[in-house]
Design a protein around this ligand. Sequence first.
Ligand SMILES: C[S@@+](CC[C@H](N)C(=O)[O-])C[C@H]1O[C@@H](n2cnc3c(N)ncnc32)[C@H](O)[C@@H]1O
Length: 241
Amino acid sequence: MSTDTGLSREAVPAAFDVGASAYDRLVGANPGYHAHLRLSAQRMRLPDDGRGLRLLDAGCGTGASTAALLNAAPRAEIVAIDASGQMLDQARAKSWPPSTRFVHARVEDLAGAGVHGPFDGILAAYLIRNLADPDGQLRALRDLLRPGGTLAVHEYSVRDSVRARLMWNAVSWSVIIPFGRVATGDATLYRYLHRSVADFDGAQRFRRRLREAGFTGVHSETMTGWQRDVVHTFLATRGTG
Ligand SMILES: C[S@@+](CC[C@H](N)C(=O)[O-])C[C@H]1O[C@@H](n2cnc3c(N)ncnc32)[C@H](O)[C@@H]1O
């Protein structure tokens, strides 16, 4: 699928390959990035430090969201997948417990990569916006959950707030795009990031999308700092019925 974002959705993982070595440096300069991922993982309310639970980090990148899941559930088994081999290389180079493993796979083809449910919880941080068929994938993620399991989508969503749209444009043009160009020599991924967020669902629309994908208990909470009303945790449950 071609988009007006300058990058087809299928080409997004390859663009992350190009940006992989600079990724941690860039997100590390973003105040709140790691703390907000940890907050989203904590909002999943995983019981008993995750003892006996199986968790999926969908679109784990260099492992920032995996570390957040591990912080919320240090005793869980974690499967972390990503379609970008170079983002995964960065993740694997870090130190992880044996209960955390990384798999090179597109979220659209988890079974083909040997990744099967059921999972007790799934975190998808900055992934869903990048997918060609978000509705189909939300349904597939629901099917991977055990009844009663929780999906947390950690994502930018600015459409419902004028202040958030202005903030996103200001941060994109003054920081993300110029710094991304300097760090990697190519601004394509960062212009795509700006456009894809500007075009993505408002929070209300995305909550409806989750309900339409068959989730129950759908709600969302936002962050603090410049990311207030810009970054959200969307929480949803696979019903037990
Ligand atoms: C912005 S990064 C986020 C990484 C990590 N979750 C974090 O919070 O730092 C988005 C990741 O999604 C991955 N991705 C994009 N499309 C994908 C797909 N169809 N299947 C699996 N991973 C995908 C990219 O390769 C990239 O590593």
